[in-house]
Design a protein around this ligand. Sequence first.
Ligand SMILES: Nc1ncnc2c1ncn2[C@@H]1O[C@H](COP(=O)(O)OP(=O)(O)OP(=O)(O)O)[C@@H](O)[C@H]1O
Length: 350
Amino acid sequence: MSLVEARGLTKIFRRPEKDPGLRGSLKHLVQRRFKDFRAVDGIDLSIEAGESVAYVGPNGAGKSTTIKLLTGILVPTAGTVRVAGAEPHTDRVVNARNIGVLFGQRTQLWWDLPVRESLGLLRDMYDLSPAFYKQRLERLDEVLGLADLLPVVARKLSLGQRMRADLAAALLHQPKIVYLDEPTIGLDISVKDRVRQFLRELREDGTTLMLTTHDLGDIEDVCERIVIIDEGRKIFDGPLAQMKDRFARVRRMRLQLAEPTPVEKLAERLPDVEVVAGDSPTEVTVTFDRFTHTAGQIIAGVLDVVEVGELHLDEPAIEDVVRKVYAGELLRIPEPGSAHAADERSREKA
Ligand SMILES: Nc1ncnc2c1ncn2[C@@H]1O[C@H](COP(=O)(O)OP(=O)(O)OP(=O)(O)O)[C@@H](O)[C@H]1O
């Protein structure tokens, strides 16, 4: 069985529905109306021990709600969820021992206590033996540079220091899986690098990671797998490289031509494609939509006009794809070659 197993996971919130203005508010006071809203809508998710998964989607996609369902903070409306064999919302104590949680925007440290005392309280809550606690603190100090922070009161820590102390708090009991919500938000580059390096080490130690982030660097540096959700539904689940393949739509080909050729001649032969002259009269760059043209068609079109010496197909940037995810544009991109893609092409042409 996978470490995390969710089947048809669904969370429906009841939202008050009221007409605009004061009149609407007054009416709502006497005659309450509600509407169901599916924040998480039938998600299937399996995560194996040792995996590191980025869980991404535009604002309001349902990321935090999913994490809350997996951590047992929320009870699902429908579907099932098991984490290390336990049902998070019913087996709360067992679940708490198996998981660690870090919310980049909030702290789980006691605000007015030195970090050492917060960690001591967590040690007692998790019932850790003195030997285990000592060995854990040493390990966390090695990777997070914790020693300097231990005597400092949480509210006096800088954001980067607070994040290190919070990571230690989330990891003290050596959980099987750690959920990280925006773990590098607001950190400067050097602290970010340090946190990412630590997350990689954690992964190497065999800890399973699931993180939500808007930061491409976190995804590239820490995760092998990416799950994209939108409007509560999963729209992609696979390796990062595959995501690029599936969603990166615009491709760029740079060609070295056998002889100087006006770009207009090439453009005539390649309608719906952008042809731009390069630095020399024998260089051109062709930008095309991978869903409407293949690289082979582009090369054939150019060869009808002129011989080609060398060509180079640029790798699509993951950054472009992630930007589209956060702009909520991915839903509109159909699977290449699918009937839906053909429909969209004919719609675009029309
Ligand atoms: N307690 C609640 N009651 C009603 N609606 C809620 C509640 N919690 C979340 N929602 C709604 O559910 C949807 C998903 O919210 P969620 O916080 O999971 O999104 P998210 O993907 O984490 O977004 P963000 O990137 O902005 O944090 C949103 O439309 C949000 O308004």
